[in-house]
Design a protein around this ligand. Structure first.
Ligand code: CP
Ligand code: NVA
Length: 304
């Protein structure tokens, strides 16, 4: 595995499988109260330039459960907010800590941080990618459906960080991926180009959500306006009409289809309240699995 987790494109199928296997083991250890203090004495710096509930809490408690310590650095209150160059932050944190988790806007900032840091850097969400979330999603699907390869994964909504990471993560694991987005809101071109190179799983980009949901085993969505797009919320509400996971859409999928949502959810927008509640158990398991999957990532990247 590489030094950092910046995007799923950098991982092989074997890397992802290893993370999921260790994630399952971490979950078992925690449920059975087995000692797993593999990161004793180690520290994780967590830089947040955007809001968070799950990412912050799961990384911080995850580090604690691994015997280590995590520190929260708000982009606004640290010197980053006053313009200290990211390459200097990277070199300073590398002298105090054993890993850095960062949530920010530009993927380039995370790549730059990793280039100058001598310690592992983990992407906790950028405008381009949300790799930790998708590892948790894949873990949840594999846990419930016992496999990934050959399953049909469908994403409905904005071609955002979640769509980008789900396409790459799903295809890497041999899942057939179909995506429905309104025109002008397609996934990143780099991701579409990557999808074209995959030979052992299929990729389909549609405009019609009902078409994309046909025979799906897993249906996933995310908010219509992501963090940083608050000003576009009204325009997006119009553009995304019909791009909702609801009962009519679920009828197109297999009867046993799972629903995943990275949360926070906007009931009545990207998902109906009925479908959300009917699949709440899977969705909150997905949220829980952030903890276990990220503990696996931290152990594999930061462990001795
Ligand atoms: N899904 C997710 O990343 O949640 P937070 O924004 O609360 O961290
Ligand atoms: N696409 C969303 C995901 C939040 C976890 C955002 O970037 O705001």
């Amino acid at each position: 595995m590489k030094k950092d987790l910046l995007k799923l494109m950098d991982l092989s199928r074997e890397d992802i499988t290893k993370i999921l296997n260790v994630g399952d083991q971490m979950k078992y250890n925690q449920k059975h109260k087995l000692t797993h203090n593999y990161l004793e004495g180690k520290s994780l710096a967590m830089i947040f330039e955007k809001n968070s509930t799950r990412t912050r809490v799961s990384f911080e408690t995850g580090m604690y459960q691994l015997g280590g310590h995590a520190l929260f650095l708000s982009g606004r209150e640290s010197q980053i907010g006053r313009g200290e160059p990211i390459e200097d932050t990277a070199r300073v944190l590398s002298r105090y800590c054993d890993g850095i988790m960062i949530r920010t806007y530009e993927q380039a900032e995370v790549e730059e941080l990793a280039k100058f840091a001598t310690i592992p850097v983990i992407n906790g969400l950028t405008d381009f990618a949300h790799p930790c979330q998708v590892l948790a999603d894949l873990m949840t699907v594999r846990e419930r459906m016992t496999r990934l390869a050959g399953l049909n994964l469908c994403f409905i909504g904005d071609g955002n960080n979640m769509a980008n990471s789900l396409i790459v993560g799903g295809l890497k694991c041999g899942m057939n991926v179909s995506v429905a987005c309104p025109k002008g809101y397609e996934p990143d071109q780099k991701v579409l180009d990557y999808a074209k190179t995959v030979t052992d799983a299929s990729f389909r980009l549609a405009c019609n959500p009902l078409e994309a949901a046909e025979d799906a085993d897993v249906i996933i969505t995310d908010v219509w306006a992501s963090m940083g797009q608050e000003d576009e919320a009204q325009k997006r509400r119009i553009a995304f009409q019909g791009y909702q996971i609801n009962e009519a859409l679920m009828k197109k999928a297999h009867a046993s289809a799972m629903v995943q949502h990275c949360l926070p959810a906007h009931r009545g927008e990207e998902i109906s309240a009925e479908v959300f509640e009917a699949h709440a158990d899977e969705i909150f398991e997905e949220a829980e699995n952030r903890l276990h999957a990220q503990k696996a990532v931290m152990y594999l990247l930061m462990g001795d």
